[in-house]
Design a protein around this ligand. Structure first.
Ligand SMILES: [Zn+2]
Length: 463
């Protein structure tokens, strides 16, 4: 059995990086529009070579193509072979010089996805029911797979960005075994490159092979930024590690009610990582929070896990009067902030790992489906806090990894959970921060976060 798990992490792009990514995206989106239009024409009975559709679409000469049917007209599901379309597109891509800009897999992923959407149509659909071309406003989504690499916990290399390839990322926000798998992947590759370099250098310096010197220079230009002087791959392998990362996506995540952000999404296919099965058939309720990282409740027990640091989590930009001007670049602060987020995360990592272990000891986890956008709209900084300290990522770990542990996740609505009594289920006054919950009806008194965790648990069991 293989399970797919994915972990998104935020990217902090410089303006130049964003511009370049958007340029790549415009080419990939043009491919999607051309292939879709080509299939629309086929559905309407027009055999128009893809190259002409691309020329017309990019040259603003859409008018030179035949008119398309009305939305209610019946058409024929277009017959097409993905591989033929792909090879036709490859020729267009090479002729237009796109292959040096955009990794092949970015185009291929989008063309395959477009073709797949047409395959599910009935034999004679309405023209209006055909998959549409993407609007210009379609959020960026680039499958960049083998051209994205981990560099260190705070940066990744996005090779198509060339001079701007080193991108700031919260790459450390991966569960330990996945981080190790990604790192091992990179080390194996770099180790292979380092071996090749050694042989090329020997051919150059020992035998005067100038071609070898040129090849070595190419390799150094391509890989030096990732650190070629790595030690041999470490032996963290214990057979339980997830295998390779199978897909890397860079996307613009549009999150209703929350700021849009750029993300890198690592996807892993995991085979049989099911570690130990849950020990208890009970349901555990989990209430994520700020003062307490989380509170938990089971049928017999409950507790809170307090924040393992004091003071503000929010990082202010210091005034730099008098400091050397080299420290003032806006991106230097982006890097400094990323470092500080990493510090917060490292403080919290054992807590998150403990939370996973605790959750996966129970058959079912009742997890509050926190309304981050709603809190954000009310001016409550919980969403920003949860993202900064890695709590959002850790909650996602629970959801992503639960199937591997044979654990069921039930997301429960957050409404009134802090005001509801977990004993008599009537609503009371919302407790003030730090105060216990006291039920006005039955007198039940308990730590307010534990009471909320009990409410989540109760709600999950009522379903
Ligand atoms: Zn009560």
């Amino acid at each position: 059995m293989s399970t797919t798990v994915e972990f998104p992490q935020s990217l902090i792009l410089t303006p130049a990086q964003e511009t370049q990514l958007r340029h790549l995206w415009s080419l990939v989106a043009a491919a999607q529009r051309s292939v879709t239009l080509h299939l629309h024409l086929r559905a309407a009975g027009h055999e128009f070579p893809l190259v002409e559709v691309v020329d017309a679409a990019l040259g603003g000469r859409g008018g030179s193509l035949p008119a398309l049917p009305g939305p209610d007209d019946r058409v024929t599901r277009p017959v097409h072979h993905v591989d033929e379309l792909l090879s036709e597109f490859r020729r267009i891509r090479d002729a237009r010089g796109w292959s040096t800009l955009v990794p092949a897999e970015a185009f291929e992923a989008v063309i395959r996805e477009t073709c797949a959407a047409f395959r599910t149509l009935p034999p004679h659909p309405r023209f209006g029911d055909l998959p549409a071309t993407w609007p210009v406003s379609q959020p960026l989504r680039l499958s960049l797979g083998s051209s994205v690499h981990l560099i260190d916990p705070l940066s990744i290399e996005v090779a198509p960005l060339r001079d701007h390839a080193r991108v700031l990322a919260d790459a450390y926000l991966l569960p330990a075994p996945f981080w190790a798998a990604l790192q091992r992947d990179q080390e194996v590759q770099l180790d292979r490159i380092a071996g090749r370099l050694k042989r090329l250098d020997a051919a150059w310096l020992d035998s005067g092979d100038v071609d070898a010197a040129a090849q070595a220079l190419q390799l150094r230009a391509r890989y030096a930024g990732r650190g070629l002087h790595r030690r041999t791959p470490h032996t963290l392998l214990d057979g339980n590690l997830p295998r390779k990362c199978t897909r890397v996506l860079i996307r613009e995540a549009v999150r209703p009610g929350l700021p849009t952000r750029f993300e890198v999404v690592w996807t892993f296919d995991v085979q049989g990582l099911a570690l130990k099965p849950p020990r208890s058939g009970d349901t555990i309720g989990i209430d994520p929070g700020e003062r307490h990282v989380y509170a938990w409740a089971t049928v017999t027990d409950g507790g809170v896990v307090p924040r393992p640091f004091h003071g503000l989590w929010r990082i202010q930009t210091p005034t730099l009067d008098g400091d050397p001007p080299t420290c003032r670049g806006p991106h230097d602060f982006a890097f400094a902030r990323a470092h500080q987020r990493w510090q917060l995360f490292q403080r919290l990592q054992p807590v998150y790992e403990g939370m996973l272990e605790r959750c996966f000891s129970y058959r079912t986890v009742a997890l509050e489906d926190t309304d981050f956008a709603g809190l954000h709209a009310k001016g409550r900084p919980f969403a920003a806090y949860a993202e900064t300290v890695g709590l959002t990522a850790a909650l996602q770990w629970i959801v992503q990894l639960a199937p591997l542990h044979d654990v069921e996740i039930r997301l429960v609505p957050p409404e009134y959970s802090s005001r509801t009594c977990s004993r008599c289920w009537l609503r009371s006054r919302r407790p003030r921060p730090g105060e216990p919950f006291v039920c006005a009806t039955c007198g039940h008194a308990e730590d307010s976060d534990v009471n909320a965790a009990r409410v989540h648990r109760g709600r999950a069991l009522q379903r």
